[in-house]
Design a protein around this ligand. Sequence first.
Ligand code: ZN
Ligand code: ZN
Length: 157
Amino acid sequence: MSLPEFPVEGGCVCGAVRYRLKASPLAVYNCHCKDCQRSTGGAFQMTMPVRRGDIELIAGKLAAYVVTADSGRQIAQMSCPTCHTRIWNEPQAAIELIMVRAGTLDDMSWAVPVGNVWADRKQPWVTIDPALVNFAGQAPSREPLYAAWSALTAKSR
Ligand SMILES: [Zn+2]
Ligand SMILES: [Zn+2]
């Protein structure tokens, strides 16, 4: 797995919202919670925690919808007001981070998940690799996920 040359870009389905990611995310992992299943329409969401200073909106505007996650935490889900693609989440418990949805990247081929959260809510047909960094519920700390991402991306350098 090799990282792209940053910056890279991503955006919404209609093209109104565009963002630039200036550095590697801190990790990429899957969340199997019910909110992620509903809001993606899939079995899990692929999320990338990014330092707030490493991402910028370069076109369009984002609209906020605040949800209370299964963890009890409040999260602002930011989406395109026109096509309603959810681009990223801004967790109020970690304002230094933006949780970007990996599928909004123009090229997400390098965004390989290193772990899973809310693994106990996964769908029965989803297979979780036991070698990854997995948590039954919310990760008590994201550090193990960050460490796994650093190890994975270091191999490519
Ligand atoms: Zn849009
Ligand atoms: Zn989730």
